[in-house]
Write a protein that binds this ligand. Structure first.
Ligand SMILES: Nc1nc2c(ncn2[C@@H]2O[C@H](COP(=O)(O)OP(=O)(O)OP(=O)(O)O)[C@@H](O)[C@H]2O)c(=O)[nH]1
Length: 610
């Protein structure tokens, strides 16, 4: 059971080291879920005295006015009888204090380091661990004393500032409130009771401690309070008699003070019957036991909170992506990795692993054939056009056997129109590839993280695609030009020789060839052009795939990689320039995750050993 408190102690120390002390934070806080005992009370109510007598040592700063200006998380660890007592501060790891006067000085100095020498307060706690055979395992948080007026040197806001800080600690449902009230003042005016009633109206987590019982007016006693009649709390009130100022001045040691306290309760007739549940020793034991019980009951809740938070932190870290390496090699590697994953996503789109690549086939299967169909060669090969071109090609000497030149001109003028659809197909595929680049960019999570790199990768990809488009256009149009430049002779050789021009040479130039002759020429040319068109319908996609699609898959970022190799570290860093807010958030999340993971391991170990 005892290791439950040391478990919470360990986690609390880790929390403070990571800046988690339960303040409003953009990060999940573990601190708030850990049970702790906070000591509250008005100034001079006896808080320090109670703490010191629980510890059995003088170690807290003394002085007039506001002394405790930062919360002090005091963790008591019981060690083996006969071992030497020592203290350790979290902010001074591995430095053991065996002199408790030095402990007091360090508390003062550390307070000043955070708040300056002014009388300001700070909610960042100081962590002090005391290892002693004379303590029980316990964690107590000493808070600045509540006050009613600001004294000289203090800002007017101090009264409220202290109250707010105290409230921020004790309003947490896991906080056990040790409410210190002096017996020589009316309970109705007790600051401790006032504020604890506010945050814990049922008194379920408030333990009332009555100090200065020895200073009560003669003829009065605290029995009504101690027996819970004056103000009922769920737990019995505990009365203590601390050292008076005079005792302190006279250096009355703590052991003697405890003995005297015991004697006081045993020998005072009014309190004799309550003696077994009065005094600092009883208070320390009772607090330790109570804290253990509370921790035990909270462990399952803390475990599930930790598990849930770990999952949330991990999810957010994944969303934010990996941090960037500091050296040039690491940066280059990171960029290459990101580019590779982008490239893979782009390829996945083309290969059908992801959607979008099928639209390219649609260009070849629908768009290009439809565009070729729209060329309407038959209209191009109208009687007038045939007549015009044939006669023009004849020149001054009408052809003797077949209008060779006329054929050529008519075929060429028809085939040349295929350049249009061929070019459009190239452009259509280019724009689809560009779309896929954008899609792949938005699907590459790491690129989202680095806007600079994203812009460069996008620009480099589009540059490459444009180069590929130009090459594709050249190659594809060359296919059409090749068809224009050299006709398939066999096609014409197979045709029957036509000698009958059917015209009368005496007729005017317009009537030189009769319609049926021209119609036959038209039909021949149309079937030739259609044959070539059917071939191009298949070879244009091949050229486009070869020059654009296959090339994009093969070398989309090749040029960028060459450039990358020449870049200096400054330029590489600028590519990986993350939003500083993201970098900060990632490192804060990583630290918090580490805290939660170690807390999980610690708690699991204790929970299993129960
Ligand atoms: N006689 C007697 N004196 C006490 C008792 N408790 C505290 N005192 C004295 O009351 C004075 C104030 O006690 P502290 O323990 O310093 O009170 P505190 O609440 O810590 O005060 P601040 O830190 O200034 O807010 C000191 O002189 C103590 O010696 C007690 O039970 N009996």
């Amino acid at each position: 059971m005892e290791n439950l408190i040391s478990l919470v102690n360990k986690i609390q120390r880790a929390c403070t080291a990571l800046g988690d002390h339960g303040e409003n934070s953009a990060l999940p806080t573990l601190w708030d879920s850990l049970p702790a005992i906070a000591v509250v009370g008005g100034q001079s109510s006896g808080k320090s005295s109670v703490l010191e007598s629980v510890v059995g040592k003088d170690f807290l700063p003394r002085g007039s006015g506001i002394v405790t200006r930062r919360p002090l998380v005091l963790q008591l660890h019981k060690i083996d009888e006969g071992s030497r007592e020592y203290a350790e501060f979290l902010h001074l790891p591995r430095k053991r204090f065996t002199d408790f006067v030095a402990v007091r000085k360090e508390i003062q100095d550390e307070t000043d380091r955070e708040t300056g020498r002014t009388k300001q307060i700070s909610s960042v706690p100081i962590h002090l661990s005391i290892y002693s055979p004379n303590v029980v395992n316990l964690t107590l948080i000493d808070l600045p004393g509540l006050t009613k007026v600001a004294v000289e040197g203090q800002p007017d806001s101090i009264v409220k500032d202290i109250e707010d800080m105290v409230r921020s600690y004790i309003e947490k449902p896991n906080c056990i409130i040790l409410a210190i009230s002096p017996a020589n003042q009316d309970l109705a005016t007790s600051d401790a009771i006032k504020i604890s009633r506010e945050v814990d109206p049922t008194g379920d987590r408030t333990i009332g401690v009555l100090t200065k019982i020895d200073l009560m007016d003669k003829g009065t006693d605290a029995v009504d309070i101690l027996e819970g009649r004056a103000y009922r709390l769920k737990f019995p009130w505990i009365g203590v008699v601390n050292r008076s100022q005079q005792d302190i001045n006279k250096n009355v040691d703590m052991i003697a003070a405890r003995r005297r306290e015991r004697e006081y309760f045993n020998s005072t007739p009014e309190y004799k019957h309550l003696a077994n549940r009065m005094g600092s020793e009883h208070l320390a034991k009772m607090l330790s036991k109570h804290l253990e019980t509370v921790i035990k009951s909270k462990i399952p809740g803390i475990q599930s909170l930790i598990n849930k938070t770990i999952a949330e932190l991990e999810a957010e870290l994944t969303r934010l992506g990996k941090p960037v390496a500091a050296d040039a090699g690491g940066k280059l590697y990171a960029i290459m990795e990101i580019c590779r994953s982008f490239d893979q996503i782009f390829k996945d789109h083309l290969d059908g692993v992801r959607p979008g690549g099928d639209k390219i086939y649609n260009v070849f299967d629908n768009q290009l054939p439809a565009a070729l169909k729209r060329l309407q060669f038959d209209k191009q090969l109208s009687m007038e056009n045939i007549r015009k071109l044939i006669t023009e090609a004849d020149g001054y000497q009408p052809h003797l056997i077949a209008p060779e030149q006329g054929y050529r001109r008519l075929i060429e003028s028809s085939l040349i129109t295929i350049r249009g659809p061929a070019e459009s197909a190239v452009d259509a595929v280019h724009s689809l590839l560009k779309d896929l680049v954008h899609k792949a960019m938005s699907e590459t999570l790491d690129l989202k993280q680095y806007p600079g790199l994203r812009v460069e990768v996008g620009a480099a990809s589009v540059d490459s695609l444009e180069r590929m488009r130009d090459e594709s256009k050249r190659a594809t149009l060359q296919l059409v030009d090749m068809e224009c430049g050299y006709l398939t002779v066999d096609f014409f050789r197979k045709l029957p020789q036509d000698v009958d021009k059917g015209g009368n040479p005496t007729h005017s130039i317009c009537d030189r060839y009769n319609d049926s002759y021209l119609r036959r020429i038209g039909t021949t040319i149309l079937s030739y052009v259609n044959m070539v068109c059917a071939t191009l319908r298949h070879s244009i996609p091949k050229s486009i795939v070869y020059c654009q699609v296959r090339e994009a898959k093969r070398s989309l970022l090749d040029h960028f990689f060459t450039e990358l190799g020449k870049m200096e570290i400054k330029r590489l860093s600028s590519l990986l320039n993350e939003d500083p807010a993201i970098m900060e958030r990632r490192s804060a999340l990583a630290k918090r995750l580490e805290l939660y993971r170690s807390a999980q391991a610690e708690i699991d170990a204790v929970a299993w050993s129960k």
